[in-house]
Ligand binder design. Structure first.
Ligand code: NI
Length: 136
C-alpha cells in the first residue's frame, strides 16, 4: 500500500530566459517577456510529493516536519529572493525555465530523502503554468 504525502512551499525569485547562442530578437521571439535583459520575478509555488509505505512505528510515510526542513535548507535558502541567473551557480549555464528549476530541485532533494521513497516535484511559475518532474 503506497501513500503520497505532500508539502507546499513558496519562493520569490528573478530570472531571465535566454539562449546565449541567439541574438536578442530570436530570444524575444522564443521567450517573450521572460527574456527581458533586466530580469523579472515570479512567485513560485513548489509542491514536493513523497510516496512510499506507511512506517508501522510512526504511521508516517515521511515526517513532514523533516521534509519542511529539507525544503528550507536545500531550496528556499538558496532560491528565495534571489536572481537565479546571477546568484545560483547552476543557472549560470542552465536556462532557468520552470522545467530546469524543477529538475535542479528534484536532484537536490533526492540526495537527502530515503531511497525507498519515490519523489515528485511540481513547480508553479504562474497560477496556470506548472511543471512536474519525477526523476525519469
Ligand atoms: Ni519568467
Amino acid at each position: 500500500m503506497k501513500v503520497t504525502v505532500h508539502r507546499k512551499a513558496h519562493f520569490n525569485a528573478a530570472h531571465r530566459l535566454f539562449n546565449p547562442k541567439w541574438d536578442d530578437a530570436k530570444n524575444y521571439e522564443i521567450f517573450g517577456k521572460c527574456s527581458n535583459p533586466f530580469y523579472h520575478g515570479h512567485n513560485y509555488e513548489l509542491i514536493v510529493a513523497v510516496t512510499g509505505d506507511i512506517d508501522p512505528e510512526t504511521g508516517f510515510v515521511m515526517d513532514l516536519k523533516v521534509l519542511r526542513k529539507l525544503i528550507e535548507s536545500e531550496v528556499l535558502k538558496n532560491f528565495d529572493h534571489k536572481n537565479l541567473n546571477e546568484e545560483v551557480a547552476v543557472f549560470a549555464t542552465l536556462n532557468p525555465t520552470a522545467e530546469n528549476i524543477a529538475v535542479v530541485i528534484w536532484n537536490k532533494l533526492r540526495k537527502t530523502i530515503n531511497k525507498g521513497l519515490e519523489l515528485s516535484v511540481t513547480l508553479y511559475e504562474t497560477p496556470r503554468n506548472y511543471v512536474t518532474y519525477t526523476g525519469d
